[in-house]
Design a protein around this ligand. Structure first.
Ligand code: T5A
Length: 220
C-alpha cells in the first residue's frame, strides 16, 4: 500500500467484516492509539451515525415476521442512512481535519445486498456511488471471520444481554457468501483494503491494525 500524505487533512477509515468479527472492539482500540497523537478522532457506524440513520437501524435490524423489510426496501434504507451520514456527518468532520472511523460503510452493501442477497451488482455500484457522493475510505480493514465462529460468538453474547437480530440470524450459507464477498473486494482493491484474520487474539489484531495505519499514512 502506498503511503498517503495526511498532514492536517482528514482521514477516513472503515472497518468491515461479518457480525461479531470484532469491529467495534478494534475501533475503540484504534481510537486509543490515535488520540494521543493529537488528532481529533470521531467514531461512527452504519446503519446509524445520524438521527435518521439510527431510526433506519431499528427498522432494518429488528423488525421481523410480516413487518420485516423486503430486500428492495432494505438496500434503499441502507443507502438512505449512508447518504445522510456522509453529507451531514462524515464530510464535515473530514473537512475539519478529523480522523473518521466508521463501523461499516458501502462495502457492506456490496457484500450483503449485492453478493449475498443477489441484487444486481451494477445497480448496487451505482447506488453506492450515489449514496456516498463519491466519498471513498482512505483505508478499509476487513476482519475476516469464518461463519461458524460468528455463531459461536453470537450465542455467547445472547447468553448475556444480546438479542439476535434479523440479518445475524440468516443461514450459514448467507454468511459464507458475505465472507467471500469481502475477500473479493479486498482482492480487487489491494491499495485500499487490508484483510486481517479475526480468529487471533484481540491484542494481535490491534497491533496489525496499528502497523497498517502507520504504514499507510505519512505523519502518523
Ligand atoms: N448491513 C449493514 C447490511 O446488510 N448492509 C449495509 O450496507 C450495512 C451498513 C449491522 C447489520 O446490518 C448489515 C450487517 C449487519 O448484519 P451491527 O449490529 O452493526 O448490524 O452488526 P455488526 O456491525 O456486525 O456488529 P457486531 O456488534 O455484531 O460485531 P462487531 O462490532 O464486529 O464485534 P464486537 O467488537 O462487538 O465483538 C463481538 C463479540 O466478540 C468478542 C467481543 O468481546 C464481543 O463479545 N470479540 C472477540 N472474541 C474473541 N477473539 C477476538 N479477537 C474478539 N474480538 C471481539
Amino acid at each position: 500500500m502506498k503511503k498517503k500524505h495526511v498532514k492536517g487533512k482528514g482521514i477516513f477509515i472503515t472497518f468491515e467484516g461479518p457480525e461479531c468479527a470484532g469491529k467495534t472492539t478494534q475501533i475503540g482500540l484504534l481510537k486509543d492509539f490515535l488520540v494521543p497523537m493529537g488528532r481529533t478522532v470521531v467514531t461512527t457506524r452504519e446503519p446509524g451515525g445520524t438521527e435518521i440513520g439510527e431510526k433506519i437501524r431499528q427498522i432494518v435490524k429488528h423488525l421481523t415476521g410480516r413487518d420485516a423489510v423486503v430486500d428492495e426496501a432494505e438496500i434503499l434504507l441502507f443507502a438512505a442512512s449512508r447518504a445522510q451520514h456522509v453529507k451531514t456527518f462524515i464530510m464535515p468532520a473530514l473537512a475539519q481535519g478529523a480522523i473518521v472511523i466508521s463501523d461499516r460503510y458501502a462495502d457492506s452493501t456490496t457484500a450483503y445486498q449485492g453478493y449475498a442477497r443477489g441484487i444486481d451488482m451494477d445497480f448496487v455500484e451505482r447506488l453506492n456511488s450515489f449514496a456516498t457522493i463519491g466519498l471513498r475510505p482512505d483505508i478499509t480493514f476487513v476482519l475476516d471471520l469464518p461463519p461458524e465462529e460468528i455463531e459461536k460468538r453470537a450465542s455467547k453474547r445472547q447468553e448475556t444481554l444480546f438479542v439476535e437480530d434479523r440479518i445475524e440470524s440468516e443461514k450459514i450459507e448467507f454468511h459464507r457468501k458475505v465472507r467471500m464477498a469481502f475477500l473479493e473486494i479486498a482482492r480487487r482493491e489491494p491499495d485500499r483494503v487490508v484483510v486481517i484474520p479475526a480468529l487471533q487474539r484481540i491484542e494481535e489484531i490491534r497491533d496489525q491494525v496499528r502497523e497498517a495505519v502507520r504504514n499507510a499514512f505519512e505523519g502518523l
